[in-house]
Design a protein around this ligand. Structure first.
Ligand SMILES: [Zn+2]
Length: 152
């Protein structure tokens, strides 16, 4: 059972609701419905960790927009266009097996390198073969030619 927190100003019980919140990052700003415990009598609000995820994701979206990085919806669209699972995309393109789940939920910003690779692959999906072949070579080093010092 959840007990309602009380307003730090008036002591009145607070209730679950959403209120508009505006975040600003550099030249970009966004207003969205922020969930939380709110006081009916004043503007006090209390946010749980789960509530904060909503604003964290919004802030990441703002940063992505401001920095010219891909946003979650674009990342998902390009990954699907390439026919990759989230795990495979993270292994082939970068970030690791759980990275794309975080990029696409908005929990984590892609690096500029990952974002750039996706933009290039969106433009030329066939180039994915280059990464796949290289990945195969890494997975099976015994079948690839051995390196000589001259080639390094
Ligand atoms: Zn209050």
């Amino acid at each position: 059972m959840i007990t309602n927190p009380v307003c730090p100003k008036t002591g009145a019980p607070m209730h679950r609701s959403v209120r508009p919140m505006t975040l600003t990052y550099k030249d970009e700003s966004v207003t969205f419905d922020m969930p939380g415990w709110y006081c009916n009598d004043c503007d006090e609000g209390i946010h749980s960790g789960k509530d904060m995820k909503v604003s964290d994701r919004m802030l990441n979206r703002l940063k992505a927009r401001s920095e010219g990085l891909l946003e979650p919806g674009d990342i998902r669209r390009i990954r699907k266009k390439l026919g990759l699972s989230q795990e495979t995309a993270g292994l082939l393109i970068g970030g690791g097996p759980r990275a794309f789940q975080k990029y696409e939920s908005g929990d984590m910003l892609p690096s500029r390198a990952v974002s750039s690779a996706l933009i290039l692959l969106d433009h030329d999906p066939d180039a994915l073969m280059v990464l796949k072949e290289r990945h195969e070579a890494i997975k099976a080093p015994e079948s690839s030619p051995s390196y000589s010092p001259e080639s390094l």
